[in-house]
Design a protein around this ligand. Structure first.
Ligand code: CP
Ligand code: NVA
Length: 295
């Protein structure tokens, strides 16, 4: 039996396949709804909160003629301790793909290992590849190409790790500014080395944004990190994306944003911000992904 076409990390795809996926997203953006996934079902397993991921996947399945089922531990046997591997094998007997948003990436891997249908990562502690698809689509729309330079300012978190991999894969050089103790994992930086775009790191936000056309950021305190809040706010002092840091760079944020922490209200509400185009593109990028992994 061939392994299902899981999507757990952005570099599960080759750069060519990633570009094809983005092209398909652009094409679907112009042409949905379709019946490509008529009678197909996506199970969406959420261990933590979501607005964009839940609504875009559910809407996407509707637009493609299929159906999505929201699953949470609160109202399934998962919450009473049914093992992930049993859940994965059972759910695979009903649906055509499974989207998972879990705290521990190992849990996503366990589900993928035991599922007989494709598993899509809708955010784990280490990556958010669906977000990166939307980010890249948004950059390409805004600049008409990937001939740009990017910067990441803030936490070297799940969103950042997928973002730098995605940038490297499409040939975008990205300068990353994080506090020393909250940098992107060395193993992720090592993976970027296989691709055309170069990822550099610094602890100085001004240095990172100096040559950038687009600056991306995300919250300083991710879901599940609430106990570290005070410590992180202290560490990120000076890393806010604000008018002092920026010139005329375009700005990405996966949302939800914490105005006054990682980004100012002024920047988010300015013409520089691409954040709602980016949020919309979750839908189109994931529609492309769904029609690729569900055969
Ligand atoms: N950007 C993103 O994944 O948003 P949600 O947490 O609302 O799904
Ligand atoms: N880094 C954030 C992203 C939310 C979409 C988190 O993990 O909470």
């Amino acid at each position: 039996m061939t392994s299902p076409d899981h999507f757990l990390h952005i570099d599960d795809r080759t750069p060519t396949a990633l570009t094809e996926l983005l092209d398909r997203a652009a094409s679907l953006k112009a042409s949905t709804p379709s019946t490509a996934l008529a009678n197909r079902t996506l199970a969406m397993l959420f261990e933590k909160e979501s607005t964009r991921t839940r609504l875009s996947f559910e809407t996407g399945m509707t637009q493609l003629g299929g159906h999505a089922i929201f699953v949470s531990p609160d109202d399934t046997q998962l919450g009473r301790g049914e093992p992930l591997k049993d859940t994965a094998r059972t759910v695979s007997r009903y649906v055509d793909a499974i989207m998972v948003r879990v705290f521990d990436h190992e849990d996503a891997r366990t589900i993928a290992e035991h599922a007989s249908v494709p598993v899509i990562n809708g955010l784990t502690d280490v990556s958010h590849p669906c977000q990166t698809l939307a980010d890249l689509l948004t950059i390409r729309e805004a600049f008409d190409s990937f001939d740009v330079k990017a910067a990441w300012v803030g936490d070297g978190n799940n969103v950042a790790q997928s973002f730098v991999l995605g940038c490297a894969m499409v040939g975008i050089d990205c300068a990353v500014a994080t506090p020393h103790e909250y940098g992107i994992d060395e193993s992720v930086l090592d993976r970027t080395a296989a691709f055309d775009g170069t990822i550099t790191t610094t602890t100085t936000p001004h240095e990172a944004v100096a040559n950038a056309d687009v600056v991306a950021t995300d919250v300083w305190v991710s879901m599940g990190e609430e106990a570290q809040r005070e410590q992180k706010l202290e560490a990120f002092d000076g890393f806010q994306v604000n008018d002092t840091l920026l010139d005329d760079q375009r700005v990405l944020h996966c949302l939800p944003a914490h105005r006054g922490e990682e980004i100012t209200n002024n920047v988010l509400e300015s013409e520089r911000a691409l954040v709602f185009e980016q949020a919309e593109n979750r839908l189109h990028a994931q529609n492309a992904l769904l029609t690729t992994v569900i055969d």
